[in-house]
Design a protein around this ligand. Structure first.
Ligand SMILES: Nc1nc2c(ncn2[C@@H]2O[C@H](COP(=O)(O)OP(=O)(O)OP(=O)(O)O)[C@@H](O)[C@H]2O)c(=O)[nH]1
Ligand SMILES: [Mg+2]
Length: 200
C-alpha cells in the first residue's frame, strides 16, 4: 500500500479538526475542542478501482503559540490542505503565512486551498474567486474547494483531490505491467521494465 503524509494547516478555529473528523469518522460537533499541538489519524483513500493509498493525516493546533512547531510538522508531507474559514476574512489573509512556511520547509508538495464552513451562507465573507486568485498567486495545485464538515459537502472530494494530485506528482504508470511506481525509479519495481518503456 502506498503511504503518504497529508497535513492540514490554517489558523485556529477554521475547521481543520472538524474536516478530519467528518472524513475519518463521519461525525461533526458544534463544540469541537481546540487542538493541543499535533494529532494524527489514518485512513485508506480509494483513488480508483485499482489504486488506494494509506493516508497519515496530521492535524495541527492553529493557535499562535504552536506556530514554532509548524516547520517540523510539515517535514515529509506529500500534500497540504490549507484551510480558511469562508466566514472569516482574516483567515484567508493568514493562509499566506502558512503557505510560506510550507514552501520553505518542503519540496514538491501538493498544496490545495480549502474554504471551510460553506454551509454558513448568511455569514459568508469570502468568495471562491478570491481563493482562486490566491491559489494561482501562491502556485497551489488544482482548484480551491469549499467544504462543509457539518453537511459533509466536498469533504471526501478534498482528500481525494489531494491523493490524486500526490499520485500524479510522485508516481508513473508502467507501460509494460500497468502498475504505478515511483517517478524517481528507472526500472519498474513490479515487472522490471526499463523506464524507456514507461509513460511519465
Ligand atoms: N457550521 C459549521 N461549523 C464548523 C464547520 N467546521 C468547523 N466548524 C465549527 O468551527 C469550530 C472550530 O472547528 P475546529 O475543527 O475545532 O477548528 P480547528 O481549525 O481545528 O481549530 P484549532 O484546533 O484551534 O486550530 C467548531 O465549533 C466547529 O464546530 C463547518 O463546516 N460548518
Ligand atoms: Mg483543531
Amino acid at each position: 500500500m502506498l503511504k503518504y503524509k497529508i497535513i492540514l494547516a490554517g489558523q485556529e478555529n477554521v475547521g481543520k479538526s472538524s474536516l478530519i473528523a467528518r472524513f475519518c469518522d463521519n461525525v461533526f460537533s458544534d463544540k469541537m475542542r481546540s487542538t493541543i499541538g499535533v494529532s494524527f489519524k489514518r485512513k485508506k483513500i480509494q483513488v480508483d478501482e485499482k489504486v488506494s493509498i494509506d493516508a497519515n493525516i496530521w492535524d495541527f493546533g492553529g493557535e499562535e503559540k504552536y506556530r514554532l512547531l509548524f516547520p517540523a510538522y510539515v517535514n515529509g508531507a506529500s500534500a497540504a490542505l490549507i484551510l480558511y474559514d469562508t466566514t472569516n476574512r482574516k483567515s484567508l489573509d493568514d493562509i499566506k503565512n502558512w503557505i510560506n512556511i510550507i514552501d520553505e520547509n518542503t519540496e514538491n508538495i501538493v498544496k490545495i486551498i480549502i474554504g471551510a464552513k460553506c454551509d454558513l451562507i448568511d455569514e459568508r465573507e469570502i468568495s471562491i474567486e478570491e481563493a482562486r486568485a490566491l491559489s494561482v498567486e501562491y502556485k497551489c495545485t488544482g482548484k480551491p474547494l469549499e467544504t462543509s464538515s457539518k453537511t459533509g459537502e466536498n469533504v471526501e472530494q478534498a482528500f481525494l483531490n489531494a491523493a490524486q494530485e500526490v499520485l500524479k506528482r510522485l508516481m508513473q504508470k508502467c507501460k509494460s505491467c500497468g502498475e504505478l511506481f515511483n517517478k524517481k525509479l528507472k526500472i519498474c519495481n513490479y515487472c522490471g521494465a526499463n523506464v524507456e518503456l514507461v509513460i511519465c
